[in-house]
Design a protein. Structure first.
Length: 689
């Protein structure tokens, strides 16, 4: 490889990130402590995607296009993973070095100053051998390395590059920091003179500050490298200057430099003028108020201003309650108090399961059951009633507890502290408390005439939805909780659960990835409880989950070899590759039946999914010992395809029309046995009987 491109990661991902892999959840401590925590989380992660499929956005797209244009090998500098190849499979994560983000790693290092170079070195030690830019340069002894980075990443890798000898640095090109004086002295000779001339109105490489280094990399790939593949630094400098000579940087308006708080105040004041719309607000700030605000900073400050307006922070309201506090788990505050029943739904939201705009799972509650609620209201309306059943709430860290003063009673057990708990009151959808258990009782208490009845509440502070979902599952395990709901929540929970629930996590997680991975044959086709309104989803998730579960459980199942033995981890990557390989072949073999509603295709029906799952156990297991497993699977399916009746005709061997096959035990067994019989005959004779 004559050319190696190295770019930076991006916080934009094609799929959502679980709470477990967001830096905001790390416990603060020394840098070594935080490093150990983060590396352990990465090691435990199971869901993974290729780098080129996980990152997205303008900057990363430009880097991919540049690598393709110049036929370069592409590597990525990741603040959370270290140096990674574009084809490498990694877990979705959220960790940044930039300040101002809730997932910045800098805020987690509390007992010392954060050392970017030491963090980068510790990430490199995750691999064997240790990965670094210096090691990469020495592996590719004849290659030119073009490193496209922003300022925050430069401090991460400067010491790494400084390890190279002078003759090795002659093969390195640095793109990104426009001010050369920001570079260490030895690295300045590697700097390529890209600047704001790329943003000339006639330039095809114009863009934003955030994607500057990747746009410059694209220019290098298109305009410089083809003309000087073995050129020196001076030759590349001359070509760049010649290419940019006719371009003019756009004029930078003279705007006021304000603090974050001042900009938030300006946004709040201009809210009505911009109709509360972010795109219009940015223009108001820049063009009317003449305030300087970079787009990434604006997104963060606009969200702060919106929350202030929605929450009415200019006129704060709260409920003050006498409460006792104790600590459980790893420093989790737990409160107990009494509150008038009618106030519960004024301080707490009922969070129903759904997907947000990034397709990330939010919420965890069942839909309210009207009949049950009405029966509770009838009981409460009787007047003098006993209602000792406690409600369980999850609280945001925004609540405040002030411990009562005075001496403790002599001989009292030191299990809790008495005081006052202050819970902010906000509008629905923006409250700082969520009902974990007691949803229907809370709705009834809000409707009853006896709304002043004081009811007991137990509340715990949870910074993330993962902890709330964990408690919701554990509390409701003995209740009639819908199987599909608990299956969808499980992949989002990363903590200890009862054994029977833990066993469900792998099939449900694999089902989730099959639905969300663009390279999966089931992408967007699986119905989840949170997205039943999707026009494209046709396969019920329980069918996929049960198919996977049976394949893992059966001794001869295609997924069984990847199951954990003893206390070791299961190879979920192997399971996922097998599923994608087999079902991709199914999609190719039966295109007329793929992606249709079950009423129009029995292949998409639960009975078809389960039957083909049993066939997968035969064919994929046999294919695993062949030189090209995917080819063997495709050929095996092609042999039985003429006898399959997914969308029309009659299954001759079982005497049922295609649309008469249902998800009954008898039909399921008959169809599975038929498919396996056809495969056996074809594999032995090379043809159908």
């Amino acid at each position: 490889m004559d050319l190696v491109f190295i770019t930076t990661c991006t916080n934009r991902k094609t799929i959502g990130v679980s709470d477990r892999l967001q830096a905001r959840g790390l416990r603060p401590g020394t840098q070594d402590d935080v490093t150990v925590q983060w590396r352990r989380w990465l090691k435990e992660a199971r869901l993974r995607l290729p780098v080129r499929d996980l990152y997205c956005g303008r900057g990363f797209s430009e880097a991919l296009a540049a690598a393709e244009s110049a036929e370069a090998d592409l590597w990525v500098i990741s603040g959370g993973l270290g140096l990674i190849h574009a084809n490498e499979e990694i877990p979705p994560y959220d960790l940044t070095l930039s300040t101002g983000s809730p997932n910045t790693i800098r805020d987690k290092v509390t007992h010392e100053s954060f050392d970017p170079a030491r963090w980068w070195s510790s990430l490199g030690r995750r691999y064997r051998p240790k990965r670094s830019l210096a090691a990469l340069a020495r592996q590719h002894t004849n290659a030119t390395l073009v490193v496209a980075v922003s300022g925050s990443y430069l401090e991460l890798i400067s010491d790494d590059l400084d390890e190279l000898e002078d003759d090795e640095l002659d093969r390195v090109r640095l793109i990104g920091p426009q001010a050369i004086d920001r570079l260490p002295e030895r690295l300045r000779k590697c700097h390529l003179p890209y600047d704001d001339r790329l943003n000339d109105s006639e330039s095809r490489y114009r863009g934003t500050r955030a994607d500057f280094s990747q746009r410059a990399l694209r220019h290098f790939a298109d305009r410089v490298w083809p003309r000087s593949r073995r050129g020196s630094i001076s030759e590349h400098l001359e070509l760049i200057n010649d290419s940019l000579a006719g371009l003019t940087p756009p004029e930078i308006p003279d705007r006021k430099q304000l603090s974050d708080e001042e900009i938030v105040d300006a946004i709040v004041a201009a809210w009505d003028r911009a109709d509360g719309k972010s795109s219009r607000m940015l223009r108001v700030l820049r063009d009317e108020e003449r305030i300087a605000c970079e787009q990434g900073r604006f997104v963060r400050l606009f969200a702060t201003a919106r929350n202030r307006i929605v929450a009415g922070q200019n006129q704060p309201k709260h409920v003050a309650l006498r409460a006792v506090r104790t600590i459980q788990g790893e420093g989790v505050d737990v409160y107990s108090f009494f509150i008038p029943g009618s106030l519960i739904t004024e301080i707490a939201d009922i969070s129903r399961i759904h997907r947000d705009e990034n397709d990330e799972l939010e919420g965890f509650q069942r839909k309210e059951i009207r009949r049950h609620v009405n029966s509770i209201v009838e009981y409460l309306d009787q007047g003098t009633v006993l209602f000792p059943n406690s409600i369980t709430l999850a609280l945001s860290p925004e609540v405040e507890f002030k411990q009562a003063r005075g001496r403790e009673p002599e001989g009292a057990l030191e299990t809790s502290q008495a005081g006052t708990l202050y819970i902010p009151q906000r509008s629905e959808g923006n409250r700082v408390a969520w009902i974990v258990d007691g949803q229907q009782r809370s709705l009834a208490l809000a409707k009853t005439k006896n709304g002043n009845l004081s009811v007991p509440v137990v509340a715990f502070v949870a910074e993330d939805l993962e902890t709330q979902r964990e408690q919701f599952i554990l509390v409701n395990k003995a209740k009639p909780l819908p199987t599909r709901l608990i299956n969808e929540l499980l992949p989002e929970v990363d903590t200890y659960l009862p054994r029977d629930l833990t066993a469900r996590k792998i099939p449900s997680a694999l089902c989730e990835l099959l639905n969300r991975d663009p390279n999966s044959p089931f992408h967007g086709l699986i119905k989840r409880m949170s997205s039943q309104t999707s026009d494209h989803a046709v396969v019920v998730d329980n069918a996929i989950i049960n198919m996977i579960k049976e394949s893992i459980r059966a001794p001869n199942g295609a997924l069984a070899p990847f199951k954990a033995l003893g206390k070791g981890p299961s190879n979920t990557e192997g399971m996922y590759r097998t599923l994608v390989m087999f079902w991709s072949a199914v999609k190719e073999t039966f295109p007329e039946a793929w992606g249709l509603p079950p009423a129009n295709s029995r292949l998409m029906h639960s009975v078809g999914i389960r039957a083909m799952g049993e066939l997968m156990d035969r064919i994929a297991t046999r294919a695993s010992v062949t030189p090209v497993p995917a080819t063997h699977i495709a050929e095996s399916l092609a042999l039985i395809a003429p006898r399959c009746r997914w969308v029309e005709g009659v299954w001759e061997d079982i005497g049922l029309a295609w649309n008469e096959v249902e998800q009954t035990t008898r039909h399921q067994r008959a169809l599975s046995q038929l498919l396996c019989h056809l495969d056996y005959a074809a594999s032995v004779q090379g043809r159908l009987p």
